[in-house]
Design a protein around this ligand. Structure first.
Ligand code: 3PG
Length: 403
């Protein structure tokens, strides 16, 4: 794969648009950042851009969700890792943002506001159409170089991810460069059986990708936890009440179809830890009732999943098993990560939550590859070309439309 990197450009005195992924976990009550691993990593690339005027852009959360917040706290957090001032600008594509960019001096860093405040950024575009969006048209002439460094969103085709690459000289940032190299190396030696451990709450994104992974023989056993686990439990008829999540009927029906097509692949929790006034209570899945708050997997599930992990050749784990940030409910996430770290398998740990947890439990040194990407990595493992990689390859081959 041929892509250009920062080594191919002299950035001194240039105005650089740096697309990163600082989409981090946010406490729903306090709105504070609860995991800063993705922010910490951005500093690797800002340091490599020494001497440039750096304008950083990122999305945070999804519109309408608890984690959809502005970027002011991200700027403060990033400042700690960059070792220099990061100015937060409360605008994305308006005249305020444009004037701030025009008035920058060399070596300054500004962070624009949450990209998803801009309606266009919430939609997928074709590569050609993305270049015509208001976002790209308003900002493109302010920059000399576009640096793509947001591997966690490499599967999306939002304007900030694929549009600028059509109209500006473009290269990979340090994180994307590292990620692509390491994954290529790992996947050429990956051995079966492939055990996939999936948790977290992004169910719709995962179902399609799971099907492709199974077809491509990249998922021999799929061990489910978190919300996606609950959806499969519902499809199996082991949870008998509605979960009250968006598009529940469609998701459960898709899960049902997958179980029917691949009956031996999926494993779901046998016991669950529920929240009883802050205390942990483990019960059999069949004893759940609709008022129970499912916060973690139980010991029996962990024992069963650990056996599968011990027999794996390659393990991919993404998404927490429960509310690991809450006292009394970190058991499942922590113990699964420990099992993975202690296994003989080649291990890939993926996603913002788990990379944060890995660091918290001091396990980072014991796994083979850590990626802050979640959904993007799942897609990558299906063998599909990610839009971001396509943009970088096109840019390296001179195939992007207007440069
Ligand atoms: C992620 O966390 O997977 C990326 O930031 C993409 O977020 P999205 O799924 O909301 O597009």
């Amino acid at each position: 794969m041929k892509i250009r990197t920062l080594d191919d450009f002299d950035v001194k005195g240039k105005t650089v648009l740096l697309r990163v992924d600082m989409n981090v976990p946010i406490d729903p009550d306090t709105k504070q950042i609860t995991g800063n691993k993705r922010i910490e990593e951005v500093a690797i690339t800002t340091k490599a851009l020494d001497g440039a005027k750096i304008v950083i852009i990122s999305h945070q959360g999804r519109v309408g969700r608890d984690d959809f917040v502005g970027m002011e706290n991200h700027a403060k957090e990033l400042e700690k890792f960059c070792g220099k001032k990061v100015k937060y600008v409360s605008d994305v594509i308006g005249t305020h943002a444009q004037n701030e960019i025009k008035n920058m001096n060399d070596n300054e860093i500004i962070l624009l506001d949450n990209l998803r405040l801009c309606a266009e950024e919430n939609y997928e575009f074709s590569l050609e159409e993305s270049a015509k969006t208001l976002m790209v048209q308003r900002l493109k002439d302010l920059f000399d170089l576009f640096v793509l460094d947001s591997f966690p969103s490499a599967h999306r085709t939002h304007p900030s991810l694929v549009g600028f690459a059509q109209v500006l000289p473009t290269c990979a940032g340090k994180l994307v460069e590292r990620e692509v190299k390491q994954l290529e190396n790992i996947l050429t030696v990956a051995k079966s059986p492939f055990v996939i451990i999936l948790g977290g709450s992004k169910v719709d994104d995962r179902l399609n990708a799971l099907k492709m992974m199974i077809k491509k023989e990249r998922a021999d056993n799929v061990l489910l936890t978190g919300l996606i686990g609950n959806v499969f439990l519902r499809a199996q008829g082991r949870i008998k009440f509605p979960l009250n999540i968006k598009n529940e009927d469609e998701l459960v029906s898709e899960a049902h179809t997958l179980i029917g097509e691949y009956p031996d692949v999926f494993s779901t929790p046998v016991d669950i830890a529920v929240n009883k006034y802050g205390e942990r209570s483990e019960i059999d899945v069949r004893d759940l009732n609709k008022d129970d708050q499912i916060f973690d997997i139980g010991q029996k599930t962990l024992d069963y999943y650990s056996k599968m992990i011990n027999g794996a050749g390659t393990i991919f784990i993404s998404g927490p098993a429960g509310f690991f940030e809450k006292e009394n409910f970190h058991f499942g996430t922590k113990s699964l990560l420990e099992s993975v770290a202690n296994s003989m398998a080649t291990s890939i740990v993926s996603g913002g939550h788990l990379t944060f947890a890995l660091k918290k439990y001091d396990l980072s040194e014991k796994v083979n590859h850590i990626s802050t990407a979640g959904g993007a990595l799942v897609r990558y493992l299906t063998g599909q070309k990610l839009p971001m990689i396509k943009c970088l390859e096109d840019a390296a081959n001179g195939n992007n439309s207007k440069v």
